[in-house]
Design a protein around this ligand. Structure first.
Ligand SMILES: Cc1ncc(C[n+]2csc(CCOP(=O)(O)OP(=O)(O)O)c2C)c(N)n1
Ligand SMILES: [Mg+2]
Length: 564
């Protein structure tokens, strides 16, 4: 069996009970870590996770952190396992799992549910509302997934096939419950084909129709621009999309959510496109084109369009979404983008779509001076990054100001642009570091966001990951300040922590912890960090109203954003 072009080996024979079977199926997909907070109703799954030799079970500080950690891991590995206990555990994880749903990340959320006797006799047990009702929470957790299955001994093979197939089809979380008793029983499901969870193919007729639709639009067009979406990465088809863009020889632009999907150093890269925040000249190229290929369903969201300040006639866009193709007149379903790109690649030739305009002068990194500001922090950081680094950036001014600058060729980049739940980045960085230990994970977080999930530092120390963490301390929730009409409400003030003591307090042995207040100190800290083998924690002191370009922009466009 193949998923994402990778052969899957079946090792479920070793599974003795249903919980072990569930875990073995997920291990066979290639998942090598699980993220867990245990609980008595989940003991069967918790045991199965520690007993599966292909999986290393990570114990997180809480379920929300575990869900963010799983999300980060899955962005790199393609899928992750998150394991929580009934009600109290699963509900604590929901914000994170819902974020994975919004951002097309495959997380298998395994939840252990109460034993048969408690359910049958409607006993008043812990983690319930005391009403004898055990079904109160299934719909809540299922809402954060694209598929839900209660796995029992007699449906395990069939249902795991369905769950895996659906999760990969939609690239969204799956919610899997296993009761404590069922988890300990042997699998009795007679279904033979354990591995019948292949990705589904396109309908051939609809695939032809979609190919023709794109080809005929291309034939009529003179100026064509591509906008690649981050979903290409989620579906593992970025390289195919690059081949298509290269074969067509068309310019492409990148929106904030889709940053670094394709290298910003590619010769056809034509700039950052986000409404009025776009690179100079880039908006004109997109908005004056007569055909825009949205490859992978990039969003026209608030952050992608700098608060809806773009001026694009959407009727010129063909959306090549992961599972359908759509133009202004029709939507053709049952078309899988991977196959559509193959089909187009075999048929298109490079007509001369060369832009009838000059490539805009893309923004270079501004020169450094001796001041330390949000803007200069990023210039220092971007000069420091290399192709072996993975940059994880939190929601807030940390992420709003970065996308305009190209990151180095090969540096990987992660941000939760659509869901935007602060606190995500610290645990996500742990998941990302575990998923790719050969890359140095570099986290940039505001101190307010960090306060939500910073107890995951202890887990980083425990499992000996060695990120470089920048905690940008600007004395509060600066984004909120910038987006408020009242410039300084007291609810944007924060507890003042001694950030540089956190690694030690959380048991991170031999971490380097530094506080920098000037550009020279930052530069020196970066040099130390690069050669330091263990984790590095750098608190960067920035101004309370140092909004940077993007926040200044949003601050002056509150009307477009919110109708204020
Ligand atoms: C879970 C969650 N709660 C609240 C918010 C609203 N929010 C967005 S940014 C932000 C402030 C972030 O502060 P900090 O991390 O210090 O970054 P700064 O804006 O100061 O750079 C808040 C509270 C959110 N996005 N997510
Ligand atoms: Mg802050």
């Amino acid at each position: 069996m193949y998923i994402n072009g990778k052969k899957i080996h079946n090792t479920v024979e070793n599974a003795i009970n249903t919980a072990q079977y569930v875990v073995a199926r997920l291990a066979d997909i290639g998942i090598e870590h699980s993220f867990t907070v245990p609980g008595d109703f989940a003991f069967a799954i918790d045991h199965a996770l520690i007993n599966n030799e292909k999986i290393k079970n990570i114990i997180n500080a809480n379920e929300l952190n575990a869900s963010y950690c799983a999300d980060g891991y899955a962005r790199v590995k393609g899928a992750a396992i998150l394991c929580t206990t009934y009600a109290v555990g699963e509900l604590s994880a929901l914000n994170g799992v819902m974020g994975s749903k919004a951002e097309n990340v495959v997380v298998f959320h395994l939840v252990g549910t109460p034993n048969d006797a408690a359910v049958a006799k409607r006993k008043q047990v812990h983690h319930t509302l005391g009403d004898g009702e055990y079904g109160n929470f299934f719909a809540l957790s299922a809402a954060a997934a694209c598929v839900f299955a209660n796995i029992t001994p007699d449906n395990a093979r069939r249902e795991m096939n369905r769950v895996i197939r659906e999760a990969f089809k939609y690239r969204k979380p799956a919610y899997i419950t296993v009761s404590l008793d069922d988890g300990n029983r042997p699998v009795t499901d007679p279904t033979l084909d354990d591995n019948n969870c292949h990705e589904i193919n396109s309908n051939p007729e609809q695939l032809n129709q979609a190919t023709e639709l794109v080809l005929s639009a291309l034939a009529k067009a003179n100026k064509v621009v591509a906008i690649p979406s981050i979903k290409l990465d989620r579906y593992g088809i970025t390289n195919k999309a690059i081949k298509l863009i290269e074969k067509l020889d068309i310019p492409f632009v990148i929106m904030p959510h889709d940053k670094a999907t394709i290298s910003e150093h590619h010769r056809q890269y034509t700039g950052f496109y986000a409404g009025l925040l776009s690179d100079e000249g880039t908006s004109d190229i997109v908005e004056e084109a007569d055909l825009i290929l949205n490859i992978g369903d990039a969003l026209w969201s608030d952050f992608n369009t700098a608060g809806f300040t773009n001026n694009l006639d959407l009727s010129k866009v063909i959306n090549l979404a992961p599972l359908f193709v759509e133009d202004k007149k029709q939507r053709i379903t049952n078309v899988y983008l991977s196959e559509l790109i193959d089909s187009l690649l075999s048929k298109v030739s490079a007509k001369n779509y060369k832009p009838k305009y000059d490539k805009p002068k893309l923004q270079n990194l501004p020169a450094l001076n001796n001041t330390l500001s949000l803007q200069s922090f990023y210039i220092h950081l971007l000069n420091f990054l290399n192709k072996n680094d993975t940059l994880v950036v939190e929601t807030g001014s940390s992420s709003l100001n970065l996308p305009k600058f190209p990151i180095p060729d090969g540096t990987k980049y992660h941000n939760q642009t659509l869901w935007g739940s602060i606190g995500w980045a610290t645990p996500a960085a742990l998941g990302i570091a575990l998923a790719n230990p050969d890359s140095r994970t570099i986290l940039v977080t505001g101190e307010g966001s960090h306060q939500l999930t910073l107890n995951e530092l202890g887990v980083m120390g425990r499992y000996k990951v060695n990120p470089i963490i920048f905690c940008l301390n600007n004395n509060g929730y600066m984004v909120e300040r910038a987006l408020e009409l009242d410039p300084d409400p007291s609810y944007d003030d924060l507890a003042q922590l001694i950030y540089t003591k956190l690694p030690e307090a959380f048991g991170c042995q031999n971490w380097l912890a530094l506080k920098v207040e000037t550009a020279a100190q930052l530069e020196q800290a970066l040099q130390q960090a690069r050669t330091y083998q263990n984790g590095v924690y750098i608190e960067v002191i920035l101004g309370k109203y140092d909004y940077g370009t993007a926040l200044n922009f949003f601050n002056s466009h509150l009307k477009e954003m919110y109708g204020k």
